[in-house]
Ligand binder design. Structure first.
Ligand code: 5GP
Length: 213
């Protein structure tokens, strides 16, 4: 038996910097398993199928919904995004830390299906900063950005459903905080029952051998 791993869900309004934080965390912790989502959105320059996302057509995405293949899925602006279920849950069951970087609707679905997950909400330091980031990122049209900013107030209201809040003011600090959350969660007693049993057994065996000598 191994202790169950951690499903670490990093979420927040778009432009809050969750993608950048997750990438930095994965560099520091190569043992983290990153869940590659499926999406109906077209690849952006530099994005690789199967690495950034699994780029699927709407038809395929619908088939996956029907087959109950998603842990969660949501329409984020004009495209569908979903987390493939089986691989994520298998990896967690095997004791791995699995990282999901998903939108707020999706995070709330994961919370209802897997409440023992760790839910981290990334907040931009201010609305003005968020707006600046979205415009300078230059990945979306003005219309998409306008809709994203309109949604932020509703999204902020959901922050109280999360376990942790991280304000992304200075990137290295925000990464440190998410890392600290992950490390503390890994050390929780409830997540280490099997490990403790193994260690204690080892101590007892060593003690017996010691007396035999
Ligand atoms: P982008 O198109 O910029 O890569 O992502 C748009 C938004 O979709 C981001 O907020 C991102 O976190 C979210 N997203 C990415 N993958 C998933 C997923 O599997 N499920 C959900 N619900 N949201 C996702």
């Amino acid at each position: 038996m191994t202790d169950e791993g951690i499903l670490l869900v990093v979420s927040g309004p778009s432009g809050a910097g969750k993608g950048t934080i997750c990438n930095a965390l994965r560099k520091l912790h190569p043992e983290i398993c990153y869940s590659v989502s499926a999406t109906t959105r077209a690849p952006r320059t530099g994005e690789i199928d199967g690495v950034s996302y699994f780029f699927t057509g709407e038809q395929k995405f619908r088939e996956m919904i029907k087959a109950d293949a998603f842990l969660e899925y949501a329409k984020v602006y004009d495209n569908y995004y979903g987390t493939p279920k089986k691989q994520v849950l298998d990896l967690v069951a095997q004791g791995h830390t699995v990282l999901l970087e998903i939108d707020i609707q999706g995070a709330m679905q994961v919370k209802s299906k897997y409440p023992q997950g760790i839910f981290v909400y990334i907040v931009p330091p201010s609305l003005a900063e968020l707006s600046y980031r979205l415009y300078t990122r230059d990945t979306d049209s003005k219309e998409v950005i306008r809709r994203r900013l309109e949604k932020v107030t509703d999204e902020l209201a959901l922050a109280h459903q999360y376990d942790y809040i991280v304000v992304n003011d200075e990137l290295p600090d925000a990464v440190d905080k998410v890392r600290a959350i992950m490390m503390a969660e890994r050390c929780k007693l409830a997540r280490n029952r099997e490990r403790i049993n193994t260690v204690f057994k080892k101590y007892i065996c060593e003690e017996v051998h010691h007396h035999d000598d």
